[in-house]
Design a protein around this ligand. Structure first.
Ligand code: BGC
Length: 559
């Protein structure tokens, strides 16, 4: 394990147009990062106050989840105004300051764009409600007449992603379509005004200095809702081959081609990364340089801590990236899934015939509040550290989720009365929702809200957060925070061409690879120690002695 003190940046902001290809991007969930004004909700000035922390961590960019005006019915993914800041989180001037401060520390800024749906508080939706059926205002959304003798039944039996009907009736009897919560009406992407408005939004933030965009559910925007509409069963049976009525349609790339022209009109070109839950063979369409330019790869996030799965995923995704001309992305956690330290401390996922976990979001094990089956917290953390060094050694860009650098676990036992996520409310008793990974960060072991802010945090923080606090880990060379800092620092020094060569370690449950110029990464997924290839130990997830890597651990070597 390293004992070297982390070097403190700022780095210079790289002006290389391809800065994103191997960047480490740190996801900030603004409501839960740092609260500057003591209202229990994280805010933009709070993030600005922590820029030195981000710089010391050594990230190349941050991705900000939505901070726009919002009723927070879906954690901000219900946007009421795309070109403003939620007054509870700050102002446009605060955003300008944050962007300037990040840039001064060599950190780029990616913001979340939510184009599939607005909030029902958005001026357009309010206008649509007032304007009535057949109006131009309703055409910006997806309104239909109901079925049944008096139209009181929804147009179809489709279910929303969060549970319950995907249609909601308005006062005059029409129904509108919402893929997600009732408060998130889907936009009509066949409407030119909708298209023009998002171009305006992309320019608005690009002009303010934002470097890139994360595109929410990028595979859902365009739809073919020609009547008669299929039933839910018919819909589910249709192939997702580019012509599905609702998902991953080929024509969505017409939208992104237009956006690409906008991105490329800036210097350096603005970047984008697609959140697209599509068949792997179709990911390169989104990652193509004519489209969004990069796409999330969620395979590791769905995998067990398993050598075969990890190796196959890396091989497949490097090949997919080569097909698109993009770089690949690695994600272990985000604001939608159970934190990986916790996933790795629970039994392996149950999988369907397609090899994917059988329950969405990996929330399967939280149905019991995380106590049955019991969480092996220490093992989960040990594996999480090993997985982090594996991922940070790979070619491509790595997306980190706030708190993973602290080894933070999921908060599995939030009382129902404190829950906020619509997935919990729309599927009572089935899905515990995603609040457990969104609990505000512990900055200090003592003091109000563990240093998050002066008031109680908007989601309750458990007592055990003290042990994970930044100030407990700062300066402790054995801490997870120190390991991440050292890894990001070394990664800058060692980073090289986007290639790797697999090493034969003679063991099925261990994976090793060499990057050009002598950087070697070995991960032992099994429990038996393994002999290491020759080389100087640069960093390891557990103490390493005498050329042997213990079980469930990773090491970086210089050959
Ligand atoms: C975001 C979620 C959000 C959904 C609807 C996503 O995939 O990551 O947090 O609930 O889109 O906007």
């Amino acid at each position: 394990m390293t004992t070297a003190a982390p070097s403190v940046h700022p780095r210079e902001l790289s002006d290389a147009p391809d800065w994103w290809r191997q960047a480490v991007v740190y996801q900030v969930y603004p409501r839960s990062f740092a609260d500057s004004n003591g209202d229990g909700l994280g805010d933009i000035p709070g993030i600005t106050s922590r820029v030195p922390y981000l710089a010391q961590l050594g990230v190349d960019a941050i991705w900000l989840s939505p901070f726009y005006p919002s009723a927070l019915a879906d954690g901000g993914y219900d946007v009421a105004d795309y070109r403003d800041v939620d007054p509870r989180l700050g102002s446009l001037a605060d955003m300008d300051e944050l962007i300037a401060e990040l840039h001064a520390h060599g950190i780029r800024v990616v913001v979340d764009i939510v184009p599939n749906h607005t909030s029902n508080d958005h001026a357009w939706f309010q206008e649509a409600l007032a304007a009535g059926r057949g109006s131009a205002a309703r055409d910006r959304y997806i309104f239909r007449e109901g079925t049944g003798p008096d139209g009181s039944e929804p147009p179809t039996d489709w279910q929303s992603v969060f549970g319950g009907s995907a249609w909601e009736r308005v006062a005059d009897g029409q129904w509108y379509f919402h893929n997600f919560d009732v408060s998130q009406p889907d936009l009509n992407w066949a409407n030119p005004e909708v298209r023009a408005d998002f171009v305006k939004t992309l320019r608005f933030w690009s002009d303010r200095g934002v470097d890139g965009f994360r595109i929410d559910v990028a595979h859902m925007l365009t739809k073919d809702l020609t009547e008669p509409l299929p039933s839910a069963a018919e819909l589910a049976a249709l192939p997702q081959d580019g012509n599905h009525p609702l998902l991953d349609r080929d024509d969505v790339h017409e939208v992104y081609a237009e956006w690409r022209a906008v991105f490329n009109s800036y210097d350096p070109p603005r970047t984008a990364v697609a959140e697209a839950w599509v068949h792997p063979s179709r990911v390169p369409l989104y990652a193509s340089i004519d489209s969004l330019g990069q796409a999330f790869n969620f395979d590791l996030l769905e995998a067990d801590f398993d050598a075969r799965q990890f190796r196959r995923i890396v091989t497949d995704n490097l090949a997919l990236a080569a097909r698109s001309g993009s770089s690949t992305t690695w994600v272990l956690s985000n604001h939608d899934v159970v934190r990986h330290a916790t996933r790795y401390g629970l039994p392996d996922a149950e999988r369907g015939a397609d090899g994917r976990p059988t329950l969405k979001h990996g929330n399967r094990w939280l149905l019991s509040g995380g106590t049955e089956p019991a969480l092996d917290a220490e093992r989960g953390q040990r594996r999480a550290r090993a997985a982090a060094l594996f991922v940070l050694g790979l070619p491509g860009s790595a997306y980190l989720y706030q708190g993973e650098e602290l080894g933070l676990h999921e908060v599995a036992d939030i009382p129902d009365s404190a829950r906020q996520d619509p997935t919990f409310f729309r599927s009572p008793g089935v899905d515990q929702g995603r609040d457990g990974c969104r609990v505000p960060l512990p900055w200090t072991a003592e003091g109000p809200a563990f240093g998050f802010g002066d008031a109680a945090a908007h989601l309750p923080q458990p007592d055990w957060f003290a042990a994970y606090a930044v100030d407990r880990q700062d300066g402790d060379p054995a801490s997870t925070l120190s390991m991440y800092r050292r890894a990001l620092d070394l990664r800058h020094e060692l980073q090289t061409a986007e290639q790797l060569e697999w090493l034969d370690l003679g063991r099925e449950d261990a994976v090793g690879f060499a990057r050009p110029d002598g950087w070697i990464v070995v991960t032992n997924f099994g429990t038996e120690p393994i002999a290491l290839p020759a080389g100087e130990v640069l960093l390891s997830s557990v103490p390493v002695e005498a050329g042997t890597l213990p079980g469930e651990a990773s090491v970086w070597l210089r050959a």
